[in-house]
Design a protein around this ligand. Structure first.
Ligand code: H6P
Ligand code: SF4
Length: 402
């Protein structure tokens, strides 16, 4: 399939919308009241600091809703306003935040369910409205919805579409896309659908395994088994790694993506004549600005003396997990929570660990004066952050009275 031609044709179809419907002002007040927070604005205005009783809050200087998320959520709200009585579906969570997805459900936006590992599009009829989330959708899903005659509202973040353009460029020069990302993640599923040959590496360790194979060879069977879910059909590591291009999921750890790019650059320089590098290696940094800013702000915050960190965001939010990773690397006690409900009491907090397990920790809130670092992922509304901060104040105040 010529994915580029398909995309171009879709964009010219009258059933395709990617610019909203002119209801921005009407929904702005609603979005503000549902997701924004006066307290968080106050902390921002006060040099990202707030003292109350025994507690000092230090907020990262970049956190919370990014531009792409604000845009996607606003488009979904506009869609509901514009099509008040049509059936509206969304192909996945719009972003990785439970409270925002819950709101869409309350607005009668149906989520396409999974049946035996496959999305069940049989519920979607011709003429229904289908929202593509901020992560985008695979080209096959777009085709299916277009063939059904649906109205498609595409909220894909332009930063994500930039990655698709990058893999299209790789394909054009017959280069294998090495995608730094999570093979199950919606964005990477979509990105790989636009690629020609591709291989998805999760981290530096996997990238090193591939680089070693390029230089020294190894067991082809082992390679194929290891990446069976993370490569294009019929991938052959002996012939498909002669020309590689790097792309990444927009929300990976930026330092790791840079390392992976450099690793493959060095590898190709070793394997081939360095003067021919351009024929064997291409690299475009596709980590988005919002991810970089939030990680940079976190890197600054963890330099401070903090008693602990609370990182707030959906448990399936990749960018939030990477913020948590920065904190853990610095050995700062840190708790990733997705809502205030995870704070069970002054002695118990339920939180996600980096390996994905949800666990309960005791005695998380120290006695006496404390400095608490706070940040939140690109899909986390400020309201959720406000609730967490207020809970910490409330528990410490109660402890002081006792
Ligand atoms: C939509 C989007 C980012 C917003 O944050 P999310 O938390 O929704 O997504 P991710 O960090 O990729 O798991 C994709 O770049
Ligand atoms: S994190 Fe970046 S790519 Fe993702 S929605 Fe936000 S701005 Fe877009």
């Amino acid at each position: 399939m010529d994915t580029k031609a398909f995309k171009r044709a879709l964009q010219h179809s009258e059933n395709y919308h990617r610019r909203g419907f002119g209801h921005k002002e009407e929904i702005a007040t609603q979005l503000h009241s549902e997701y924004q927070s006066g307290l968080i604005q106050k902390i921002r205005d006060n040099n990202y600091t707030l003292n109350r009783g025994d507690v000092t809050i230090r907020l990262a200087e970049a956190f919370g809703f990014c531009w792409g998320v604000e845009r996607a959520v606003a488009m979904a709200y506009e869609t509901r306003k514009h099509f008040p009585s049509e059936k509206i579906w969304i192909t996945n969570e719009i972003i990785h935040n439970p409270s925002v997805n819950q709101r869409l459900q309350e607005m009668q936006v149906g989520f396409i369910s999974m049946e035996a590992g496959q999305k069940d599009f049989s519920v979607v009829d011709s003429g229904d409205v289908v929202i593509l989330p901020a992560f985008g959708a695979s080209v096959q899903e777009m085709q299916l919805l277009s063939d059904k005659g649906c109205k498609i509202v595409d909220t894909t973040c332009p930063w994500v579409s930039k990655v698709w353009n990058t893999v299209e460029k790789h394909k054009k020069v017959d280069c294998t896309s090495i995608i730094h990302g999570k093979y199950k993640h919606e964005e990477t599923v979509a990105t790989s659908s636009f690629a020609g040959k591709y291989l998805i590496v999760l981290n530096l360790q996997e990238a090193e395994y591939v680089a070693d194979y390029i230089l020294n060879g190894g067991s082809k069977e082992e390679f194929i088994t290891k990446f069976s879910k993370a490569c294009s059909e019929g991938f052959n590591p002996d012939t498909d790694l002669e020309k590689v291009g790097i792309a990444n999921q927009t929300t990976m750890l930026k330092g790791e993506t840079e390392h992976i790019g450099k690793l493959f650059e060095r590898t190709m320089m070793k394997k081939y004549d360095p003067t021919e590098l351009n024929q064997h290696f291409q690299s475009f940094n596709t980590i988005c600005d919002a991810t970089q800013e939030r990680q940079d702000a976190m890197l600054e915050l963890v330099e401070e003396k903090l008693d602990f960190m609370v990182v707030i965001g959906g448990f399936n939010s990749s960018n939030t997990a990477h913020l948590q990773e920065i904190s853990e690397e610095r050995k700062i006690p840190s708790y990733h929570v997705d809502s205030v409900e995870r704070i069970l009491s002054e002695n118990r907090i339920e939180h996600r660990q980096l390996n994905g397990n949800i666990e309960i920790s005791d005695k998380w809130l120290p006695d006496g004066n404390i400095i608490v670092g706070i940040t939140s992922g690109a899909s986390t509304p400020d309201k959720v952050v406000e609730d967490v901060i207020n809970k910490i104040f409330e528990l410490k105040q109660a402890a002081a009275i006792i």
